[in-house]
Design a protein. Structure first.
Length: 137
């Protein structure tokens, strides 16, 4: 199995994910990998870790979730692997429940979200976003 962490989806991924028919609530599984050092576009705070830059984003994004009707379900540090094999572990897993894809898109394009996204970009080396639905829905 091959996988590639990324910080932003490609245009084809955006069209495929947001362009279909609305289909209700889902939980996004975020597998996160942090940069050793934060990398802000303006060069600010080069001594800050990528993890700490992402923590700033994580604290601020809670209000964006609330305004979109979303909620953080779980966030935790990856501490090991029991089954399977990967070349390198992710640093953190976060689960976020969204009421719809439209709500997620509204949040991602909001002024409030765009103002805090710099912390996400500065901290992340990459991530995987996996959309899940409850069985039977």
């Amino acid at each position: 199995m091959n996988f590639t962490n990324a910080v932003f989806p490609g245009q084809d991924q955006i069209r495929a994910f947001f362009g279909g028919a609305e289909d209700g609530p889902f939980v996004m599984v975020n597998l996160l990998k942090f940069k050793e050092r934060a990398d802000y576009a303006d060069g600010a705070e080069p001594e800050l870790s990528g993890r700490d830059a992402y923590r700033r984003y994580g604290a601020a994004v809670q209000a964006c979730f609330a305004s979109a009707g979303a909620r953080s379900v779980y966030a935790g540090e990856v501490s090991g692997i029991l089954l399977g094999e990967v070349a390198e572990l992710w640093d953190m897993v976060a689960l976020v429940e969204y009421p719809s894809r439209a709500a997620m898109m509204m949040m991602l394009s909001s002024v409030e979200y765009l103002a805090i996204e710099k912390h996400r970009v500065a901290g992340l080396a990459g991530q995987l976003n996996i959309c899940t639905r409850a069985i039977g829905t």
